[in-house]
Design a protein around this ligand. Structure first.
Ligand SMILES: Nc1ncnc2c1ncn2[C@@H]1O[C@H](COP(=O)(O)OP(=O)(O)OP(=O)(O)O)[C@@H](O)[C@H]1O
Ligand SMILES: [Mg+2]
Length: 370
C-alpha cells in the first residue's frame, strides 16, 4: 500500500530501524525461542478448552522478564485462532484488583450487558452463571500478577475461588491461568483452593546469555534494517541482561535504546559503544536501594529492617519473627525482590535447611549474598 499519509511522508527515514515497535514490551512475537516446554505445558492443560470442554487450572511462576506473560498471551492467541468454542480473557490484577473488577471484565468479554453503575458483585455473578451455563462455550482466563489479589482482602481474592470452581458454581468450563513471580504463593493456601487452582505448575527460569541472544536475534530481524547492527551488539546486550537476572525485557530495552541513540547521532550502525552508553540508563531506571529504603512502609519496612539487621535469614525465621502467615510474608518478600532491595535463594540440601523439609529460602539484602 503506498504510504500517502502526510505524517508518514513527514517522518524522517530511519537509517537504523525497519520497525522499532517490534522491540517494545507490548509486542507479542510470532516465535518465543526457548519456551517450547512451557508452551506445550499450557497447550496440554488447555486442550480440553479448545474442544469446548473443561481444562486444567495452571499456575505459572518465575522471575521477571522470563516470558510468563508472553507465553500465556501467545497460547491464548493460538487457542482463539483455533477454536470458536472458547472465549479467552486476559486480566492484569495490578489494573483490575478486585473481585468486582474481574467479574465485570468477564461479563464484558462475554458481551453480557451489565448496567454501568451500582451492580452488586453477587448480581454480576448470578448473571454470569446464567449466561455461562447457556453459552456452552469454554472460558479461559489469565490472571496475571495474581499475587496482587492475594495481597487484598479475602473478599477480593475469593474470585479465584469462584472461578476455579467454575464447574460447580456456573456449570461452566472455566480454565484459569494464574501468573506470579512468587513461587511460594501456594504456601499456606487452603488445600482445597490450592488443589483447584494449581492442577499444573509451570516454572519459568532465567534466560542464559545464549538464550537471550536467540531471543534478540529473532526480534532484531524484524526491527532493524540490514547491517544496522554491529555483530557484537547483540551478544553484548545478552551478556548485560544475563548479569541483571536473565531478564529478556532488559535485553530488549538495551537493544532498543542503543538503536535510538545511534539514530539520534545519525550513525550508520549501532555500535557496542552505543550499547555500553545506554546500559547505565537502563540500570538507572531501576531506583537504587538507597532511594527505595526510606519509602518502605508497614510489613515491608519491617522485613527489610530485620534482614538488614541480621545480614541474612531463612524464610522460616522470618515468618516466626513477623508473626505472619507464610503466604503474607512471602508476598511481601516477593515484592521487595521485585523492587530490587532483597534477594532470595532456595535452600536445597538438608544441611542448609537444618533438616527442615519443604521450601526454605535464604533472604538477604540485594547484592550482599554469599
Ligand atoms: N522466549 C521469548 N522470546 C521472545 N521474546 C521474549 C521471550 N521471553 C520474553 N520475551 C520478551 O521479554 C519481555 C518480557 O517478557 P514477559 O513480559 O513475558 O515476562 P514476564 O515473565 O511476564 O515478566 P514479569 O514477571 O516481570 O511480568 C517481553 O517484551 C517479551 O516479548
Ligand atoms: Mg508478566
Amino acid at each position: 500500500m503506498p504510504n500517502s499519509n502526510l505524517f508518514a511522508k513527514g517522518r524522517a527515514e530511519s537509517r537504523i530501524f525497519r520497525d522499532e515497535r517490534v522491540l517494545l514490551p507490548e509486542y507479542l512475537p510470532d516465535v518465543l525461542p526457548h519456551r517450547d516446554r512451557e508452551i506445550s505445558g499450557l497447550v496440554a492443560a488447555l486442550q480440553g478448552a479448545a474442544e469446548g470442554e473443561g481444562s486444567e487450572n495452571v499456575l505459572l511462576t518465575g522471575p521477571p522478564g522470563t516470558g510468563k506473560t508472553s507465553t500465556a498471551r501467545y497460547v491464548l492467541r493460538e487457542l482463539q485462532d483455533y477454536s470458536s468454542r472458547v472465549v479467552t480473557l486476559y486480566v492484569n490484577c495490578w489494573e483490575v484488583g478486585t473481585r468486582h473488577g474481574v467479574l465485570t471484565r468477564l461479563a464484558n468479554a462475554l458481551e453480557l450487558v451489565t448496567p454501568r453503575r451500582g451492580v452488586a458483585t453477587d448480581e454480576i455473578m448470578e448473571r454470569l452463571a446464567e449466561a455461562l451455563g447457556k453459552s456452552g462455550k469454554a472460558i479461559v482466563i489469565v490472571l496475571d500478577e495474581v499475587d496482587r489479589l492475594f495481597a487484598a482482602k479475602y473478599e477480593e481474592w475469593r474470585v479465584l475461588y469462584d472461578l476455579s470452581r467454575g464447574n460447580e458454581l456456573f456449570s461452566a468450563r472455566i480454565g484459569l491461568i494464574s501468573i506470579t513471580n512468587n513461587e511460594d504463593i501456594t504456601a499456606g493456601m487452603d488445600v482445597r483452593v490450592k488443589s483447584s487452582l494449581v492442577q499444573r505448575h509451570v516454572k519459568f527460569s532465567r534466560y542464559s546469555p545464549v538464550e537471550l541472544k536467540d531471543i534478540l536475534r529473532e526480534r532484531a530481524k524484524l526491527a532493524f534494517l540490514p547491517d544496522a547492527l554491529h555483530p557484537e551488539v547483540m551478544p553484548l546486550c545478552a551478556a548485560m541482561a544475563a548479569k541483571r537476572g536473565g531478564d529478556a525485557r532488559i535485553a530488549l530495552n538495551i537493544l532498543w535504546r542503543a538503536g535510538k541513540l545511534a539514530e539520534r547521532e545519525n550513525a550508520g550502525q549501532v555500535s557496542i559503544e552505543h550499547a555500553r552508553r545506554v546500559r547505565d540508563e537502563v540500570a538507572s531506571e531501576q531506583p537504587t536501594r538507597e532511594e527505595i529504603e526510606p519509602r518502605l512502609e508497614g510489613f515491608e519496612k519491617k522485613i527489610y529492617e530485620l534482614v538488614k539487621e541480621k545480614g541474612e535469614m531463612t524464610s522460616g525465621e522470618l515468618y516466626r519473627l513477623l508473626d505472619a502467615s507464610e503466604r503474607t510474608a512471602g508476598e511481601h518478600v516477593s515484592r521487595l525482590e521485585k523492587l530490587g532491595v532483597l534477594e532470595t535463594r532456595l535452600l536445597e540440601t538438608k544441611e542448609e535447611t537444618g533438616g527442615v523439609r519443604g521450601k526454605t529460602r535464604l533472604i538477604f539484602i540485594k547484592g550482599k549474598g554469599k
